[in-house]
Design a protein around this ligand. Structure first.
Ligand code: KDG
Ligand code: MG
Length: 402
């Protein structure tokens, strides 16, 4: 088999998605997600100008070799733009392999290790009262695991909380808008919130929280310690994680499980975290973490150290990524949980999907390969609209992590 053509489809059904389609001389094609929120066109340019020309004529079955061609073969290693492009190529190649062997992706990864995929949803309210109601709504829909985010008294913009009645979506049209943040108010509020949530719903639901990189190591340690009585499934991104050693302080002060990695790109971002057992869940998703080929290695390494996966699954990752993640989660032994933020209906006009949610779990069907398709005509009806993630400032005006 030979790769004859490849193209990038940039479409905005409600939000921007970048999809790579690789075609072969046998008429089989594969899809890969190449969406990097707010940096879509950078990935498009890298794919179109540098990767696609080099792919033409290659044998799509040589997935490992092609992965290394674009990773190790390139002098400028790493980085979110290039790894997102590599992820898309890799996903599309696995999709082609599954279709050519007429088997679902999970079979190529070792076959089923489980029948259903535990997912967590988001409950987010403008204040504690509304958040507590939202948690109840999610529990009544069958969710066994709920991420709890709330507006914080005295803070204008808490992460993860919608400003209107539409589903939470942080990227807004045009250049980045600015938000403001106060860590002290957040740290004082959060344990009180979780006390109330546990008081109302008891221990029989998994609770998660995303600090979204906004604490220093010692603040993260305080937060993890003060949340300990509420038995979180995980505390996500207490610190930015650029400095892996900073997670030591948190670990030494608390038994609250820690999840990190949604902005990481390679295994080299985690080696200290994994080998020193400083985290419990690894969040790097297929779409930004080098695709299936690389994430198999990350998951294998993590499994040695009792660390499970908990892939990022926000709406800015496309249905192609979600389906591929569900196959991956079906196959590996050290799966932990999958984030599930349903896409808006309009997204499914462009992408036809092969997965479903039912009573707290997700299921992927047996279609060959990844099993998601794209309607290119529909995609063209929704042209790209520039949108950016916010920029964050402390109340005194200092730039801070968003
Ligand atoms: O594009 C950024 C979002 O994907 C991110 O803010 C979502 O942190 C996130 C999460 O845990 O879903
Ligand atoms: Mg997150």
């Amino acid at each position: 088999m030979k790769i004859t053509e490849a193209k990038v489809i940039l479409s905005c059904p409600g939000r921007n998605f970048v999809t790579l389609k690789i075609m072969t001389d046998e008429g089989i094609y594969g899809l890969g997600d190449a969406t990097l929120n707010g940096m879509e066109k950078a990935v498009v340019a890298y794919l179109e100008n540098y990767c696609i020309p080099a792919l033409i004529g290659k044998d799509p079955c040589r997935i490992e070799d092609i992965w290394h061609y674009f990773y190790r073969g390139v002098y400028w290693l790493r980085g979110s733009v290039s790894l997102t492009a590599i992820s898309a190529i890799d996903m599309a190649l696995w999709d082609i392999k599954g279709k050519s062997l007429n088997t679902p992706l999970y079979n190529l990864l070792g076959g089923k290790s489980r029948d259903r995929i535990l997912v967590y949803c988001h409950a987010n309210g403008k204040d504690a009262e509304e958040t507590i109601d939202k948690v109840g709504e999610k529990i009544s829909k069958g969710f066994r695991a709920v991420r709890v985010q709330s507006g914080v008294p005295g803070i204008e913009d808490a992460y993860g909380v919608p400003k209107d009645d539409r589903p939470y979506e942080p990227a807004a049209k045009g250049l980045a808008h600015e938000e403001t943040w106060d860590t002290t108010k957040y740290l004082n509020f959060l344990p009180l919130l979780f006390r109330k949530v546990r008081d109302v719903y008891g221990e029989n639901v998994h609770l998660l929280h995303d600090a979204h990189h906004r604490c220093t190591p010692v603040e993260g340690a305080r937060l993890a310690k003060e949340l300990e009585p509420f038995h979180l499934f995980w505390l996500e991104d207490p610190v930015t994680g650029e400095l892996q050693e900073s997670l030591r302080l948190i670990r030494h002060h608390s038994t609250t499980p820690i999840a990190i990695g949604e902005v990481y790109n390679t295994i080299f971002d985690h080696t200290t975290l994994i080998t020193e057992q400083l985290i419990d869940y690894i969040r790097m998703p297929l779409v930004h973490g080098g695709g299936i080929t690389h994430m198999l290695k990350v998951a294998a390494m993590a499994s040695v150290y009792h660390i499970n996966t908990g892939f990022h699954g926000a709406t800015d990752l496309s249905p192609v990524n979600l389906a591929a993640a569900l196959h991956f989660n079906t196959a590996i032994n050290n799966f932990g949980i999958q984030e599930y933020m349903p896409h808006q209906d309009i997204v499914h006009e462009v992408f036809s999907i092969n997965y479903r949610y039912d009573d707290g779990f997700m299921f992927v069907d047996d279609s060959p390969g990844i099993g998601v398709d794209i309607d290119e005509k529909k995609a063209a009806e929704y042209p790209y609209e520039m949108a950016s993630l916010p920029v964050n400032r402390k109340t005194d005006g200092t730039i801070f992590y968003w």
